[in-house]
Ligand binder design. Structure first.
Ligand code: SF4
Length: 329
């Protein structure tokens, strides 16, 4: 009897493929997941995605009778980074960062364990690959016993996403990225790097430490920048943000000053509407006592109460000046 397995990164397309097999009764014996490691202890998966895989997705499929085979290479990102180049112009240097578009990590950490696994499978084993029907180029690259269930059942990438979301199996990685992948990927977009910088400073620091290693064959993290220059750029962005936040505070202080100028102590106001569970009755007049630092107008109302007015929330107007009685001649 043939064996059926699904190559699963636990992104939307591969999860939807496994869900589709369960829903349609297509045979499925096992999910196969290859985890790239940063070093011997730290996963290369974005931490949110890694937690999702181990805490949610694997247990879900296990409960439904589909076990997951986890594969790992003996090589890690760090071992590949620090390995000495044995020939060519960079001979004697350490590898350094993998190149964009020619990722060495794929070659060292991903392909060998998958190849070993495939070699152990019977010849007629069928491999489901998570490729949607709208990914024509990738579909054309399928070979041998590789099958796209999504294409067979006419599902596109959006359908795959919807399917995962409905089942509560959409990885949180899609909240800040439109793809999975290693957190140290040289193809990462700024948004993904920024997420790492803000939410995983420990991992960020590890990349800065690698950048600081001497005698690297490549200094650049990606096509245009070193990791240090990305770090400096993000720090600069942070300083700009802080500057604008301070600027916002300045505006608030200026606004308070403007309210003080507009409504000096002694100004007479009449309430039109107050947003309060126990408001001052509409039409009540009162006298401004002062404006506090939050811009609220402290009042002494004619009915004896002292609830403050909040400009922009409550409505009020100046009391019309009293008419002088006409002099009778
Ligand atoms: S996600 Fe990026 S770093 Fe990881 S194997 Fe793929 S190309 Fe390489």
């Amino acid at each position: 009897m043939s064996r059926y397995f699904c190559s699963c990164s636990f992104g939307k397309d591969s999860i939807a493929t496994a869900l589709l097999a369960l829903r349609t009764g297509e045979p499925l014996d096992e999910l196969v997941y290859c985890e790239v490691m940063f070093d011997d202890a730290i996963s290369g998966e974005v931490p949110e995605h890694r937690d999702f895989i181990y805490d949610k997705a694997i247990p879900y499929f296990e409960k439904r009778g589909i076990p997951t085979k986890v594969l790992r290479s003996i090589h890690t990102y760090v071992s590949s980074f620090t390995r000495t180049v044995s020939r060519g112009k960079a001979k004697g240097k350490i590898n350094g960062f993998p190149l964009c578009g020619r990722c060495r990590i794929q070659r060292d950490c991903k392909i060998p364990p998958i190849r070993n696994y495939l070699n152990r499978q019977p010849e007629d084993a069928v491999q489901y690959i998570g490729i949607a029907r709208d990914e024509q180029e990738r579909l054309l690259r399928l070979k041998g016993k590789q099958v796209s269930l999504l294409a067979r059942y006419g599902l596109d990438e959006q359908d795959a996403k919807t399917m995962c979301r409905r089942e509560g199996l959409l990885s949180p990685v899609y909240e800040f990225s439109n793809r999975g992948g290693c957190w140290f990927c040289p193809n990462a977009k700024d948004r993904e790097l920024r997420h790492l910088y803000q939410h995983h400073p420990d991992l960020w620091q590890k990349m800065l430490e690698l950048q600081a290693l001497p005698n690297k064959a490549t200094e650049y993290f990606n096509r245009t920048e070193t990791f240090t220059s990305i770090d400096e750029r993000f720090q600069w962005m942070d300083r700009q943000l802080t500057f604008y936040q301070e600027d916002d505070d300045m505006m608030t202080r200026n606004q308070v000053e403007r309210i003080r100028e507009q409504y000096p102590a002694g100004t007479r106001l009449v309430l039109e509407r107050m947003d309060d569970p126990c408001p001052i009755p509409e039409g009540t007049a009162g006298t401004v006592v002062a404006v506090d630092d939050a811009g609220q107008i402290m009042m002494k109302w004619d009915n004896g109460r002292s609830l403050s007015l909040v400009p922009g929330v409550d409505s009020f107007r100046r009391e019309a000046p009293k008419q002088e009685p006409a002099m009778s001649m």
